[in-house]
Design a protein around this ligand. Sequence first.
Ligand SMILES: [Mn+2]
Length: 420
Amino acid sequence: MSNKDDSTLTWREVATNLQAKGLTEDEIFERIWRDYSNKFRGEESGRRSLKRYLHSHANPGNSPKSFEDNVTEMKGTIRKKAERSKEREAVVMKAATDIIIDGVIDVINSREHYQPKYLEFTHNVKYSEETIVLMISDIQAGTYISKESTGGLNEYNWAVLEKQFDALFYGLEEIVTRHKMVAPINNLHVHLIGDIVEGWDIFKGQTHSIDHDIAHQVLDIVDLIADFLDRTRTLFKHIHIVGVPGNHGRIGRRGENLHYVNFDYIVYKFVEKTLKNYPEFTWQISESWWQVDSIYDYNFLMFHGDDIRGWQGVPYYGIDRAAKNYRELLELLGIRYDYMEIGHFHMPSELSGVTTEKFINGCWPGGTIFSMKGLGAANTPSQKLFAVHPKQGVTYRYPIRLVVNKEEIDANRREERKKK
Ligand SMILES: [Mn+2]
């Protein structure tokens, strides 16, 4: 019970006190109406609301609800409301889905049964001739990588390179022979995209990772390329050779000489002279660092790619930007190109674009000490072959893997040494 003087209590407090004393609802009503009727607005409505209040709050025998009780009650109310609304939602969803399904079923049922129109396979397709392009780049002839210095991760030397030329030819032969069964293939375009030789002073200490000096890199690779091209005459009626220089064959520091003062360019010219008596070959080798080769209605732009800045792997944005810049540049000559071919990055890839697809060639040595120690990167040696269709542009593409049996090479060498 309150210690307050009755005159300072509100009628609600008085009602609570009287209820605690055990007075009935009617008795409490009389007392409060007597003392507090002036607190209520209007006689009739005042009486009604006081009665309502007493009935719900001060009803003797019903102890007043605690705050927690009210919260619990409210929770129940809210939960019930939520459940009701969820149920309604589910009903609406189900009804809406049923309407759609009913509609679909009606449409399906109203359709006539499908009558097959094509009962026989008519094999009357005339396959168009296709032209083969073989990208050759990043041979880095003269590179020497020992098994020991790479912890067995790679081994590369001139004997491996010679075997790789066999692998390249066998790969080409198998793919072309297979496709000749469906369509005529008469023309090969060989795109030489630079870094044919490894060089000898491109980076510090390079002389420790070559097994051929630059003179013999040039002389011996000319023989291997000429021999390879000679073999392609067994598969094709006409072979067109296009060449652009790379960065490894340059003479002097970067930018010291013009780009064609480069051993790659010398190798190409040398090969051209070597095979000059064979009418099957046509040559497109100039002092330019870029070339465009036309096959049917398609133009293939090629350059080595060392001017595209990159760090680790293929610089997609740089390549994309170069493609767009070359598009503008070649507009000066009225040349539109459809495909772009580069080497240099040692990571075989094909990048799509709005109008230009870009081909990035693989390399011959695989992981070098530089790539593996510095970047933890190595790729299976490979070169890219693709076919050009008169109407479809570039169709099938193959990586020709240049993986050779190194144990076999070692065994042959041991045999040779024994003979001596
Ligand atoms: Mn390069």
